[in-house]
Design a binder for this molecule. Structure first.
Ligand code: HEM
Length: 137
């Protein structure tokens, strides 16, 4: 058990979601991710695949990631049985665009800098792997 986990208040669940700061931190990371996608031409291809209005994604992604990391299950309850890999099957995701997603997400984590840093880095690594797994070879 890590020092951070030992310091956790007894009434706070010991999940990655709660340990890195809960819903406000997931919202900040996802907003930074979509800001980067909108502002940095390095992610133009990734941006073009998304709908013109990113507001629905700014709401959906933190809900999905928060539930995935052990937080409230709202997204999963609203979308029973929806598989993330299947959701993405209809998009032409090659390794270049998967790499754009992974890099923008890594930068979003770095810019928000949630603590504990080792847990944040581990989550960022897993998301980057998931994104690459969605890219066709
Ligand atoms: C591999 C690179 C990826 C690309 C190119 C990509 C692209 C997209 C696109 C174009 C949409 C539809 C958005 C819209 O209509 O505006 C979408 C939806 C979504 N993506 Fe991704 N995505 C990628 C990776 C990921 C990863 C790794 C995750 C999470 C682990 C994720 C989570 C989501 C979620 C939660 C939605 C909304 C689904 C819904 O509520 O119906 N995406 N993605």
């Amino acid at each position: 058990m890590t020092v951070e986990a030992e310091a956790q208040p007894a009434d706070t669940p010991d999940t990655p979601f709660h340990r890195i700061g809960g819903a406000p931190v997931f919202a900040a990371i996802c907003n930074r991710f979509y800001d980067l996608m909108e502002q940095d031409p390095a992610y133009a291809e990734l941006r073009a695949m998304h709908a013109p209005d990113l507001a629905p994604m700014r709401a959906a992604l933190p809900k999905f990631l928060g539930g995935w990391a052990g937080g409230p299950r709202d997204w999963f309850e609203a979308n029973p049985g929806r598989c993330m890999m299947s959701v993405h099957k209809s998009f032409a995701i090659d390794q270049a665009v998967a790499g754009q997603w992974a890099e923008a997400m890594r930068r979003a984590f770095a810019d928000v800098a949630p603590e504990p840093a080792d847990l944040a880095a581990a989550i960022g690594d897993i998301l980057a792997d998931l994104a690459r797994g969605m890219g066709r070879e």
